[in-house]
Design a protein around this ligand. Structure first.
Ligand SMILES: Nc1ncnc2c1ncn2[C@@H]1O[C@H](COP(=O)(O)OP(=O)(O)OP(=O)(O)O)[C@@H](O)[C@H]1O
Length: 520
């Protein structure tokens, strides 16, 4: 709905200059009551910077105007204006060492109950109720740092909505669905629609264009910090949005066909997993061959999120065997896994993928220095810099500044560095967890190309993804997990999104509508 009422939020002429870079350049934007406005743009286009300025994390350059009004059109000033804006940031802003109960308690703190002690059972029940609204059953008493990315997203959403006080507020969500499965996304969308229907305004940032088409009334497209388009969603389709974001026509990579890029039939087994068990995983077995991409699908809690870290040794496994090229790996030993030729690109890049204070060059070089060593063990700086430049071009890093610490890059650009870092070592086995989470359509296509190239080189790829479109695009076959066990194996010929969703949810074939996707 695009109301004619006065906007709840009006931004005019917002710019932001970081040293050597103009991240925002004269951005203007309005959000009306009941309206969902999507802000789109390539990685590094300035979306998060805009959100961080609204949240008071960064200060805009002089001259910017931000007006917050209530439903009667009256301007709201000072702290009340800030209280009228609620945020879910890309990094979720949770305290990892605190439990869900305590993180939700922090929400209470903001609303003036700072000194109220966390009242054991009552607070726990309140936390469980809030979380249950999002269809998630999670242990609200363990530190949030031990939850999966999707579970943490749900805690952040519950916290933002718990802080909701008035219908004329504005909810700002920066890529809230990046770690969520389709089913969980629908739960979130229902919550967002309820918020908008009550008269609030919503700003929604996402790279998932189908979701934008489904949820948003209007899109505002940023390119290199400027607004380059503003249009009602009803006038747009997927391809037009891709073109507006990239500034040119590109494929979004969703049509990648692994069969077309196959060099040979898959080779010898590179990864053999037998009867592996651990948290949320029971008796998992798999044989992954050289030059094969095997997908792992499953909803939140299916075990999908635990599998890759468990095989890599980053998460405890209580039984079973993992062999790379026929050699057994010691459980829970990531160093042994790396030495065996295994590489792992985690979903949660901020915590496990990279060293944020190090530069792009250092992060890229870190896992494999041997080829760059010269006499007396010194690194060949020239070769290192050339290699860094080449990888930056390959993944389209923006801005192309090899010496800049990783923490100063946008989320999507950080993801590109994590991927490049592990592809550089040419692993035997590549474990990918949500590899395109948070990356823009152009980078997604580039990442798919890199994964297919790794496979052509004989790498065995295990692709764990909540994105069924991604699994269908890339995989030779997909194993679907449910309640920690493999419930189906879908070969390439039978691979469709509908089939995967059906298996992931454990749905029965109903009236021939679902599951009529050809032979197995
Ligand atoms: N603290 C900072 N210092 C220097 N540059 C920064 C800082 N924060 C962000 N930038 C730069 O500002 C630009 C905009 O980043 P921003 O995080 O807003 O992008 P984004 O559109 O949210 O990208 P993504 O889709 O990858 O999340 C990027 O080039 C980024 O490297």
């Amino acid at each position: 709905m695009t109301g004619t009422a006065a906007p709840l939020l009006r931004i005019r002429d917002m710019s932001k200059t970081f040293p050597g870079l103009k991240a925002l350049d004269g951005v203007s934007l309005e959000v009306h009551p009941g309206e969902v406005v999507a802000v789109l743009g390539h990685n590094g286009s300035g979306k998060s910077t805009l959100v961080k300025i609204l949240a008071g994390v960064h200060q805009a350059d002089p001259g910017a105007v931000v007006e917050v009004r209530d439903a009667t059109g009256e301007p709201v000033a000072g702290p009340a204006a800030r209280e009228g804006l609620h945020f879910i940031h890309q990094d979720l802003g949770l305290a990892d060492i605190l439990t869900t109960v305590e993180n939700l308690g922090l929400g209470a703190t903001r609303r003036g109950r700072a000194l109220a002690p966390v009242r054991g059972a009552a607070e726990r029940r309140r936390a469980q109720r809030l979380i249950a609204r999002f269809g998630a059953g999670l242990d609200v008493t363990v530190p949030v740092g031990r939850l999966s990315p999707a579970q943490r997203t749900i805690v952040a959403i519950a916290r933002a909505l718990d802080g909701w006080t008035r219908p004329d507020n504005v909810l700002v969500l920066d890529e809230p669905t990046a770690a969520l499965h389709g089913d969980e996304v629908q739960v979130l969308f229902e919550a967002i629609r309820r918020v908008a229907a009550s008269g609030a305004g919503v700003v929604f940032i996402s790279h998932r264009l189908d979701e934008v088409l489904e949820l948003a009334d209007r899109v505002v497209v940023l390119r290199d910090g400027r607004v380059v388009a503003e249009q009602a969603t009803g006038e747009l389709d997927h391809d037009t949005m891709v073109t507006l974001i990239a500034g040119r026509r590109i494929s979004d990579g969703a049509t990648a066909d692994p069969a077309a890029t196959r060099r040979d039939a898959p080779g010898a087994p590179v990864l053999t997993v037998t009867g592996v068990s651990g948290a949320e995983i029971s008796d998992f077995s798999l044989q992954l061959r050289a030059g094969e991409i095997v997908g792992i699908g499953g909803i939140l809690g299916s075990g999908r999120e635990q599998l890759a870290p468990m095989l890599f040794g980053a998460q405890h496994r209580s039984g079973g065997r993992v062999e790379v090229d026929g050699r057994e790996l010691v459980a829970d030993d990531t160093r042994a896994a790396i030495e065996s030729g295994m590489a792992y690109v985690p979903a949660d890049r901020r915590r496990r993928g990279v060293v944020m204070d190090m530069s792009v060059r250092e992060n890229l070089t870190l896992p494999l220095m041997r080829p760059l060593r010269r006499r007396f063990g010194r690194l060949d700086g020239k070769a290192e810099r050339a290699q860094t430049r080449s990888w930056m071009r390959t993944v389209g890093l923006r801005p192309p500044h090899p010496e800049q610490p990783l923490k100063l890059f946008s989320g999507g650009n950080q993801q590109k560095v994590v991927l490049a870092k592990w592809l550089r070592v040419r692993p035997r086995v590549l474990l990918l967890d949500e590899p395109t989470q948070g990356v823009d359509v152009g980078a997604q296509a580039a990442i798919y190309e890199l994964v297919l190239a790794a496979r052509r080189d004989g790498t065995g790829v295990l692709l764990c993804s909540s994105d069924t479109k991604e699994l269908v695009s890339l995989c030779d076959r997909v194993l679907v997990l449910k309640d920690g066990r493999v419930v189906s194996e879908v070969p390439r010929a039978a691979l469709t999104e509908e089939r995967l969703v059906r298996d992931e949810l454990g749905l029965q074939v109903a009236g021939g509508h679902i599951g009529t996707n050809g032979p197995e």
